[in-house]
Design a protein around this ligand. Structure first.
Ligand code: ZN
Ligand code: ZN
Length: 353
């Protein structure tokens, strides 16, 4: 181990510095609230060191081979390969300016390459629009379609080891009839679960601009399609530079791991007629992070002071978004219906009279 790591252990979940806890004789993370025994801590930190050393060589090549653009309007920072030039911001559609290179620490380890072509993405968008009513004309125009961009969105993909314990009072109810009497027998069991649970591939995007719900709506990504990152995958596409680190996305990942573990242990008790959980404790012991670029066709639409995001999973074609509503069209339709009602009313009135 290097000298630096001897001085300071890092949190295996969020990478913050750990603090020794004299009472519990272990290491606590003040940032994310995790706790580790000295053994867990040592093993995880050795693993993290090894991974960092493997990445180190590739870092310099990355720092030399990219262009960093910034958007003066919304502040987005976009990365392209050295041969691709970016002109407009995928997010706010304003012109971007070349700023230089991005440092090697932003090098992704994996990428899922685009499978959905631009033409296919356009078709998916058009089909989606066909099923929706009262869309503003500008939204479905060819000009708007030109703003759709293939963006590699920065994602932190986590594999989590969870230690979960759960205690519950479970009931079995049995009833039968004998003569004039009906008997009910209720048995109560004290049920305990102690489990090691592993989650693979919990994604959290590292871009504060992009709505989390929009990215969750186009899941899942198939990670078996991920390959080692090479600069060449960026050619013709943009990549967004992450502005949220592991520690900042960890609460989202932990929520999913903890809720998933809780559900798993509950479902392991489903043979009973009633379950009352009295204690549930889920600890994330270790998170392996992969910084990955995931392919997304992205289109943002500004309409009457509101922003509407539309996204397509660039691997599977799954789409999501909130359609903007043209209130003028809607009002016109309402007026038309009201008019028809009046007319009918008058006709019926006329016939009766
Ligand atoms: Zn932590
Ligand atoms: Zn912008």
């Amino acid at each position: 181990m290097s000298e630096a790591s001897m001085q300071q252990y890092k949190c295996p979940n969020c990478n913050a510095d750990l603090r020794f806890h004299p009472k519990k004789q272990g290491f606590a993370c003040d940032y994310c609230g995790s706790f580790f025994t000295p053994e867990e801590c040592k093993a995880a930190n050795e693993q993290m060191e090894k991974q960092a050393a493997e990445q180190a060589e590739k870092i310099d090549a990355f720092a030399d081979g990219n262009n960093l653009y910034t958007c003066p309007s919304c502040g987005a920072e976009l990365i392209t390969d050295a041969n691709t030039s970016a002109t407009e911001c995928y997010y706010c559609h304003n012109a971007v300016v070349l700023k230089g290179r991005v440092s090697g620490e932003y090098r992704p380890s994996k990428v899922i390459p685009f499978r959905i072509t631009k033409d296919e993405a356009h078709q998916i968008f058009k089909d989606w629009c066909k099923k929706r009513h009262f869309l503003p004309k500008e939204f479905t125009s060819e000009a708007q379609l030109l703003h759709m961009q293939g963006v590699y969105v920065p994602f932190w993909v986590a594999n989590c080891d969870v230690h979960g314990t759960m205690r519950a009072v479970c009931k079995r109810v049995h009833s039968w009839t004998s003569g004039d009497y009906r008997y009910t027998e209720t048995k109560e069991y004290d049920v305990f679960r102690d489990a090691a649970i592993r989650f693979d591939g919990i994604p959290a995007d590292g871009s504060s601009k992009i709505e989390d719900q929009l990215m969750e709506a186009i899941e899942p990504f198939d990670y078996s399609g991920a390959v080692d990152f090479e600069m060449a995958y960026l050619s013709g596409f943009l990549s967004d530079k992450y502005d949220m680190n592991k520690g900042q996305v960890f609460p989202r990942v932990r929520n999913r791991a903890v809720n998933g573990s809780d559900q798993l242990l509950r479902s392991s008790m489903n043979g009973y007629d009633g379950i009352r959980v009295t204690q549930s404790d889920m600890q994330v012991l270790r998170t392996d992070w992969q910084y990955m670029l995931l392919p997304v066709w992205f289109m943002n639409f500004q309409y009457k002071g509101m922003e509407y995001g539309f996204a397509i999973n660039g691997q599977t074609g799954r789409q999501a978004g909130t359609p903007p509503l043209d209130t003028k069209k809607l009002t016109l339709l309402c007026l038309l219906i009201a008019g028809i009602c009046l007319l009918l009313g008058a006709l019926i009135g006329g016939m009766l009279g």
